[in-house]
Structure formats: structure tokens, C-alpha cells
Write a protein that binds this ligand. Structure first.
Ligand code: BG6
Length: 478
């Protein structure tokens, strides 16, 4: 008997990546150096991501995983053919700003960089795969940090606007789905990763971060404006690192704390989606003596250019307490740590596994914004091992995804409008938080290790055929 799918017709099943985690070719064909090209593996990586790099030049003899990554730059045809074989309806990728404007403030764009993405989009369209493009995914051209202090500086708004107008003009006939900034709320937690922020001595951190946030929010609204002008049928969204924050207990103090934690992230998309600063943010600025410098017309720009949809990543729910003893029991997570939730298991990297959380999070976002949602990241980072016959039996990944799809189906039944789902890293790629290759998300294995050794050969895992079946049945055969 054929089961009826909960997923709407035309649901955009696919996979998601970011330029710096797959492309490699970090200085090829005129590309400039970006923030991520300065991130080694190990402890030093975190220090830099938090905004404290010791230098803005790569060291000799240090291994930087983004420099070669999985070499998608030279393998994109083969990789896209594999996505097509799985039946992908969409593929999320980011454009590297520094391929288009190597320094960020160049007068003319780099034609070789533009051509590369033309080739990639053509290849996707050949298989009827819809490109979903993130305009900025954790990579600011390093020159913009050296010369202007990156997003601390209002000038970045102009450079970003020029970059966005250039790519909208160039790809207007090829790309319909866009997103302005990947996980825009990352800025508060890993400021170098999110916005190329380097702290100087004596700076008030919150002042720096919220001023940079204002610049990104205005830049995002101007990108929405440009996109709507240049590509009338386009859909342009924001992108949030999501995951409902649960109170550890029903103590109102915990509940209030959880609400505040949620709002720390919602702040960004409240502005992007509702077009104005929320009251709780204004209060936060007052209480903390923060003054956000705005230019005349900023409020109007924000008000008139809100996003069409809400893109979000979901890996885990989070949990918070006001009890100092309970707070000690932390576990890791995407962007944020969390109090360990006693009801839930965690991944090998300590990320909480909570399939119901995706339903709760999707409902919460839809209740709040009443705009279509797009799940643009989700998945399980795990160590994969070869069986004696050389295959990779990644049933743990299948289990994780199956449970999340079931809950996504429930969210759709709840009435939540969801455009599509792109799982993170359909092909193994470099981990953003650790720089490891060992933390694998893919349906496709890539022969490369944490030190950059390996043939880069691709190999289908067991989950490859499973995901193919899921897509073919539009989510009814899990
Ligand atoms: C998100 C990012 O934070 O999570 C991705 O948008 C990242 O770039 C993904 O790769 C998974 O995180 P990690 O650290 O496992 O790579």
C-alpha cells in the first residue's frame, strides 16, 4: 500500500554546504584570503573564532583545512552527478565573497570567480537541481579586516551591497533562492567566524557586537531590496542557528531565562522578518549602556525590506537553568553550549540529539513569524568506519535522520509551512567548529583525514541509497 506523504509536492529535498568547507583552491583563479583560511585545527582555532587571532597571515608549516578542503572546486561535476543520482531537488551552497571581490573593496569583480559559480549553477540546473545560495557563510575577505575592521565599520554595508548586486545581476536567470547571512546569530558567540571581528584591548564587547549586528542587519535588508529589484521572482531569506531553549525546571526563573536565551537569537530575525528592533532589545541596550549608531533612513530600510522566508539550522535543542550547580553540567552544541538535558542522548561530539525538538522549533518559528520555513541544515556528525567488505554501514545516521523527518512531517501536519530540507554536508566536508574531517555528515564518504591526507576519492555510504529512497517517495518511505 502506498503511504501518502506529509510533505508537500515540490518539497525541496537536498543537501547543504559552504564554500570554505568544500571548495579548497583557496587562492586559485584570483580568490583572495578569507577569515576561514586562517583557521587551523586544534585549540588555536577556537581562540581565533572568538575574535583573538594572533596574526592575519597564514603561518608557514601549519595545516589549514580550508585550503584544499574536499576540492569541490575541481570535482564539482562528479559531486553534483552523485547528488543528482540521489534525486536532489535542491543544493545549498555559498558563494565565497573573496572569489568575486578578492579584497572586498575592489572596483571590479573577478571574472574567473564569477565564472566558477556559473559553471556550478549550470551543472545543477542540468539535473533540475535548484541552487539555494548563501551570500555570506563565515568568510569575510581578510583585507576588509585589515583595512576597515570588518563589520565593526559601516563601510562594510556598502561593500556587501556591491557584492550582492553583482551576484544578483550575474545569476538572476539561474538562482531563485537566496539567504543573506548564514547563522546570523553566530556573531554574538564566535565573532570572528560570524563577522570577521578582532577585539582590541579595552573594547566593550557587547557594544562592538551589537554595532556590527546593526551593520549586518542593514546590509541584509539592502540585499533583500536589491534582490527584489533585480530578480522579481526570487525568494530571499534570513538564516538562524535555531534550537529551542528549554527551561531545566518549571521554576519561573528558569522559564524566564530560557525565554531570554531564545530572544538572544530571535533578536536578529525579529529585525529581518518584522522590520524593526524589538522592545526587549531596546531594553537590553538601555540596561547595558549600549548605544547603537544608526544612520538616517536605517529604520526605513529595515522596515521596508523584510525577508520572504525563514531559513534555519537545527542540530539540537538547548537547555538552561538558573541554578549554579545544574549549570555546571554542560554539554557542547552547535554554536552554544547547553545544560545537559537528562532526557536526551548526545552525539560523539556532545551535541544533544532531540528529534522532537525540530518539531517544537519549527512550530515556535512559524507561530512567531508566519512565514514559510526552510530547514537548511540538520544532520549527525559521526565517525564512520569501513566494514570488512569495504562498505560504510551508517545506520546511526539513518536513524537520526529518519526520526527528524518523522518529526518534520508532524510539524507539517501541525500546519507549519515548510519549503524544503537540505541536510548538512551530504558529502563529507571540513567541520566548521573543529576543522576535523573525522566529524562526518555525508551520504558520500570522502577519503581525507584530519591532517589532510587521503586520496579525496568519493564513496557511497549506506545512507546514500536510503536518502535516495526518501526523496523518491517524497518522505513517505522512511
Ligand atoms: C553550522 C554551520 O553551524 O553547523 C556549518 O552553518 C557547520 O558551517 C555546521 O559546519 C555543523 O557544525 P560542525 O562544527 O559540526 O561542522
Amino acid at each position: 500500500m502506498k503511504t501518502i506523504s506529509k510533505f508537500p509536492d515540490g518539497f525541496l529535498w537536498g543537501g547543504a554546504t559552504a564554500a570554505n568547507q568544500i571548495e579548497g583552491a583557496y587562492l586559485e583563479d584570483g580568490k583572495g584570503l578569507t577569515t576561514v583560511d586562517l583557521l587551523p585545527t586544534g585549540k588555536e582555532r577556537f581562540k581565533i573564532m572568538e575574535g583573538y587571532p594572533s596574526t592575519l597571515e597564514p603561518h608557514k608549516d601549519v595545516y589549514y583545512p580550508s585550503h584544499q578542503a574536499i576540492d569541490f572546486y575541481h570535482n564539482y561535476k562528479e559531486d553534483i552527478a552523485l547528488f543528482a543520482e540521489m534525486g536532489f531537488k535542491s543544493f545549498r551552497l555559498s558563494i565565497s565573497w573573496a572569489r568575486i571581490f578578492p579584497n572586498g573593496d575592489d572596483r571590479e569583480p573577478n571574472e574567473a570567480g564569477l565564472q566558477f559559480y556559473d559553471n556550478v549553477f549550470d551543472e545543477l540546473l542540468k539535473y533540475n537541481i535548484e541552487p539555494v545560495v548563501t551570500i555570506a557563510h563565515f568568510d569575510v575577505p581578510v583585507h576588509l579586516i585589515k583595512e576597515y575592521g570588518s563589520w565593526k565599520n559601516r563601510k562594510l554595508v556598502d561593500f556587501y551591497e556591491k557584492y550582492t548586486r553583482t551576484i544578483f545581476e550575474r545569476y538572476k536567470d539561474k538562482v531563485t533562492y537566496w539567504m543573506t547571512f548564514n547563522e546570523i546569530n553566530m556573531l554574538l558567540h564566535l565573532p570572528f567566524t560570524g563577522a570577521g571581528i578582532v577585539f582590541e584591548e579595552g573594547e566593550d564587547k557587547n557594544q562592538v557586537l551589537y554595532q556590527a549586528a546593526h551593520h549586518q542587519l542593514v546590509a541584509s535588508a539592502l540585499a533583500v531590496k536589491a534582490c527584489h529589484e533585480i530578480i522579481p521572482n526570487a525568494q530571499i531569506g534570513c538564516m538562524l542557528a535555531a534550537g529551542k531553549v528549554y527551561p531545566y525546571t518549571s521554576n519561573p526563573d528558569d522559564v524566564l531565562k530560557a525565554m531570554e536565551k531564545d530572544r538572544e537569537s530571535f533578536f536578529f530575525i525579529d529585525v529581518q522578518s518584522r522590520g524593526k528592533y524589538p522592545g526587549y532589545a531596546k531594553r537590553f541596550f538601555r540596561d547595558n549602556d549600549l548605544t547603537i549608531k544608526m544612520e538616517d533612513g536605517d529604520e526605513e530600510i529595515l522596515r521596508n525590506n523584510t525577508v520572504d522566508y525563514i531559513g534555519f539550522s537545527y542540530y539540537a535543542s538547548r537547555c538552561i537553568s538558573t541554578d549554579p550547580e545544574i549549570l555546571k553540567n554542560q554539554t557542547a552544541g552547535n554554536v552554544f553550549g547547553s545544560v545537559k538535558n537528562p532526557y536526551l542522548k548526545t552525539s560523539e561530539w556532545g551535541w544533544t540529539i532531540d528529534p522532537k525538538g525540530i518539531r517544537i522549533t519549527a512550530n515556535q518559528l512559524y507561530d512567531r513569524y508566519q512565514k514559510p520555513l526552510f530547514v537548511v541544515e540538520n544532520g549527525l556528525g559521526a565517525v564512520d568506519q569501513f566494514a570488512s567488505d569495504g562498505s560504510i554501514q551508517d545506520d546511526y545516521r539513518i536513524d537520526y535522520l529518519r526520526q527528524h523527518f518523522e518529526q518534520l512531517g508532524e510539524a507539517i501536519e501541525d500546519g507549519v509551512e515548510i519549503i524544503g530540507y537540505t541536510s548538512w554536508g551530504p558529502i563529507d566536508l571540513v567541520s566548521a567548529s573543529t576543522g576535523e574531517m573525522k566529524k562526518r555528515y555525508g551520504y558520500i564518504y570522502v577519503d581525507r583525514d584530519n591532517e589532510g591526507k587521503g586520496s579525496l576519492q568519493r564513496k557511497r555510504k549506506k545512507s546514500f541509497d536510503w536518502y535516495k529512497k526518501v526523496i523518491a517517495s517524497n518522505g513517505s518511505d522512511l
